[in-house]
Design a protein around this ligand. Structure first.
Ligand SMILES: [Zn+2]
Length: 124
């Protein structure tokens, strides 16, 4: 079971959350000057990069708050979380792709990983 850590509520099962896609995309400075194509590209065209990404999540079956998650979409490891207005989470220096998610130290305020949390180990 994949676990997501709400910055307010702590670690919960993924079914309590909804991912709303890529985060950290700068809003156009003057939205009213965009034509339909430009607006559509801003709203719908995302990088969808493989690897470590910033994502917007909502705790829909909990506090209903939005937050930012830093996740490796290859391993499904969550690397950090932040509340709106806070600095984006940074990749922990201890993280190396293909290691177990359980080896990543999480901030105590974010709830950390419990003994029953998902562990990902890639096959070589
Ligand atoms: Zn919450």
């Amino acid at each position: 079971m994949l676990r997501v850590t709400c910055p307010w509520c702590g670690a919960r099962e993924q079914v309590e959350f909804s991912c709303h896609g890529e985060a950290g995309i700068a809003r156009p400075a003057d939205c009213s000057s965009l034509d339909d194509r430009g607006w559509g590209e801003y709203v719908f065209f995302k990088e969808n990069a493989k690897g470590i990404t910033l994502e917007r999540w909502e705790h829909i079956h909990g506090c209903r708050r939005w937050f930012i998650a830093l996740r490796d979409n290859v391993t499904d490891c969550f690397l950090g979380f932040s509340k709106p207005g806070e600095d984006f989470p940074q990749v922990p220096s201890s993280y190396r792709q293909a290691l177990s998610c359980a080896s990543i130290p999480m901030p105590r305020s974010a709830g950390g990983y419990g003994k029953n949390d998902k562990k990902v180990v890639l096959k070589r």
